[in-house]
Design a protein around this ligand. Structure first.
Ligand SMILES: C[S@@+](CC[C@H](N)C(=O)[O-])C[C@H]1O[C@@H](n2cnc3c(N)ncnc32)[C@H](O)[C@@H]1O
Ligand SMILES: [Zn+2]
Length: 280
């Protein structure tokens, strides 16, 4: 069953040769690197563009070093268990595809607003389909997704509810309270704990099925790794440049706790009001 949709009219897209086409004749070419741009034509330049090339390359180096491998393994296992190899699994805000590559489903799709991220993802991970797309207006067929995944990425409740079929699962990972505490101690005078708020838990279109913590400790090996970590996170913009430079003089190696809150939510079946209208 088709899951990608035309960004203009949300009709299902079908792959025809080197393009994706909708029944209304709109066509989206697959690039040389193997991804497709599903931003509405003409609107791309007015949109925020997602993570930039520096941030994407820093994240790829940091993840390739295995720093968050425990999270990738756990998400992979959950995905296998939840999908049983069937249905469409979509990673929204997939970045350069690190976690997407461990997900399961009959079809696995990664979407991100960052063209740099999608390009890197499509070049490396050939078993998934990657598209440049906006989470605020997902180019996905209504009721077509079996498993929706968001790792440190935007969650848009109405769009998530629209694209999930009844009983679909949404897997969300957010930073746990002490995630990167030792790094934040270098960057802030009074570092705060992460609030661990998981999106959608108060949304009655979804029911929390499972919540767990994935915790561990990693070694920040050297100054280059610390620089990559800062470059791939919001600290890069939230912390003044002189404070970042000071942090980069910290002695390495050092260890820091890492932690992720991982939630699984189930799309609750739409209920019918007395007139037979769907109110779910
Ligand atoms: C912190 S990164 C996480 C990337 C990836 N999930 C990972 O953990 O490696 C957040 C991602 O969300 C993407 N993003 C931000 N706004 C977006 C939007 N409106 N639609 C789609 N992706 C978006 C960014 O480009 C970036 O790749
Ligand atoms: Zn169309």
């Amino acid at each position: 069953m088709a899951v990608l949709a035309c960004p203009l009219d949300l009709r299902a897209l079908e792959r025809v040769g080197d393009a994706w086409r909708c029944a209304d004749g709109h066509s989206y070419d697959v690039s040389r690197d193997g991804y497709v741009n599903l931003l509405p034509p003409g609107k791309s330049s007015r949109l925020k563009s997602g993570d930039d090339v520096d941030s994407i390359h820093a994240r790829r180096r940091f993840l390739d070093a295995g720093n968050y491998a425990t999270l990738a393994r756990r998400l992979g296992a959950l995905s296998r268990e939840l999908s049983n190899g069937t249905g469409a699994t979509v990673d929204v805000g997939c970045g350069e595809g690190y976690y997407t590559s461990s997900l399961s489903g009959a079809e696995v799709v990664g979407l991100d607003l960052s063209r740099s991220g999608i390009r890197l993802a499509a070049r490396r991970y050939k078993s998934a389909t990657f598209a440049v797309a906006n989470a605020l207006a997902l180019p996905l067929v209504t009721d077509a997704v079996n498993q929706l995944v968001s790792v440190f990425a935007p969650v848009v409740p109405d769009e998530f509810a629209r694209v999930c079929r009844a009983e679909a699962h949404v897997v969300i990972a957010v930073p746990a309270a002490r995630h990167l505490a030792a790094v934040r101690a270098l960057l802030y005078e009074t570092p705060q704990l992460h609030d661990e708020v998981v999106p959608l838990v108060d949304d009655d279109r979804f029911a929390l099925a499972h919540l767990e913590q994935v915790v561990g400790e990693i070694e920040i090996a050297d100054r280059d790794m610390l620089r990559d970590l800062i470059t791939m996170t919001p600290y890069r913009f939230a912390v003044p440049p002189d404070a970042i430079e000071r942090a980069l003089t910290a002695p390495t190696p050092f260890t820091t706790p890492i932690g992720f809150a991982v939630a699984v939510l189930r799309r609750v079946s739409a209920t019918l009001d007395p007139d037979g209208e769907s109110i779910g």
